[in-house]
Structures are given as C-alpha cells and as structure tokens.
Design a protein around this ligand. Sequence first.
Ligand SMILES: [Fe+2]
Ligand SMILES: [Fe+2]
Length: 173
Amino acid sequence: MLSQQIIDCLNQQINLEIYSSHLYLQMSSWCAYKSLEGCATFLSQHADEEMTHMRRLLNYLQETGAFAVIDGMQAPPTDFNSLTEMFEKIYGHEKLVTSKINNLVHLANTEPDYATLQFLQWYVAEQHQEEFLFKSILDKIKLIGTEGQGIFFIDREIANMAANRTQETTAMN
Ligand SMILES: [Fe+2]
Ligand SMILES: [Fe+2]
C-alpha cells in the first residue's frame, strides 16, 4: 500500500520517462533530417529504452493497486543549433531525471516505504549509467571536434555504440 504522495511522485516519474522518450525520438528525427544516421539510430534506441523505464514504473504502481495516470505531454523542442548543443541538452535532461529519482528515494526513505526504496535502486544505478554514457559522448565530441570531417567520425562512433547496444540487448534475450 503506497501513500498518496509516493503515488503522485511515481506518476510524475512515469510522465517524465514518456517525455524523455518523446524528446529523444524528436532528436533522432532531427539527426535523420541532417543525415546523421548513426546518431538517429542511437537516439531512436534510447527513446525505446525510456519507454521501458516508464513501463517498469507503471507495473510497480499497478502491482500495488495504485492508479497510474498518463498526462498530456509537453511537445519536445524541434530545433537545435548543433549536434554538440543537442547532446548538452540530453546530458542536462538526464541530470534533471537523476534529481527527480533522488527526490523519490529521499521521500521513500523518509516515510519510510522500504518496498519503494528497494524498487528505486534500479533507477539510481540506471541514472548513473545514463549520465556516464552522455558525458562520455560529449567528451568524444570535444576530442574529435565538429569541424570538417569531425562530424562524420562522431556519427560513426555513435553508430558503433548503437550497434553494440543492439548486440547487448540481443544477448540478454
Ligand atoms: Fe529513463
Ligand atoms: Fe534516460
């Protein structure tokens, strides 16, 4: 049995994960439009992953007999000045998601709600991985540079990351 405050915060998190998915799908579309196929594939995969994060939360709420509510979504931004700016936005967004997870952990710990606290551990680890992932992409972009053929090599690097991710997912199934 969850408290109303926990239910409300988990519902907010569900909607934030859906927004994350929409944001990355929109960014994937922007990359495809700019002929950055590697980035487009990578971000499309990532949009799918965000929906799996949402479903994990949805299932948890439903298992406890709580009511999950899907909000109307704010439209994600559609235009970016550069690939660097786009990945900086992603990194900033992931840091925001981490702060929301941290707030939820704090709330579950304070109530205390040990089942939710335990459930949220997966998200704590996942957010660490996501921040690390996007920070490493930004580091690569800085290292390679976007001048001249740089953007081509960055896209190829990110295409490799997407291919590795597909292999990992296939191996897990
Ligand atoms: Fe997520
Ligand atoms: Fe994420």
